[in-house]
Ligand binder design. Structure first.
Ligand code: 5GP
Ligand code: ZN
Length: 114
């Protein structure tokens, strides 16, 4: 059984506040926002983390970054600036084991994740 929380969100089994979706990706608001805008961009397909993506996934990686960009524009943070962050593995602080890009903005960010 797949008990990945982000796979369940992608399948519509766990509710989320979606801000973007297409056939490959979705973006939704983080449940514990660290900034006025804090959106997570995920692939619908399960990958454990960034390291699990390889050369055959380059188009998907590019797409996820594009979605992060679109979200930043639509959320109104692109002009003032924002951050896209990926936590990978234990020392990277990754908690949810389904690759995701954090899109953070709406305040001055500094340090680590600000
Ligand atoms: P990580 O530390 O793995 O990079 O980030 C995981 C993020 O997922 C955290 O910022 C956390 O608040 C968020 N998160 C965890 N569970 C849920 C959930 O069920 N729904 C939403 N929207 N965000 C979640
Ligand atoms: Zn998953």
């Amino acid at each position: 059984m797949n008990d990945c929380i982000f796979c369940k969100i992608a399948a519509g089994e766990i509710p989320c506040t979606s801000v973007f979706e297409d056939e490959r990706a979705l973006a939704f608001r983080d449940i514990n926002p660290q900034a006025p805008v804090h959106v997570l961009v995920i692939p619908r397909k399960h990958y454990k983390n960034l390291t699990a993506l390889d050369a055959s996934d380059h188009d998907l990686m590019r797409h996820l970054l594009h979605v992060a960009n679109v979200v930043a524009i639509e959320e109104g943070i692109a002009m003032d600036g924002y951050r896209v962050a990926v936590n990978c593995g234990l020392q990277g602080g990754q908690v949810v084991q389904h690759v995701h890009f954090h899109v953070l903005g709406g305040r001055q960010l500094s340090g680590e994740l600000g």
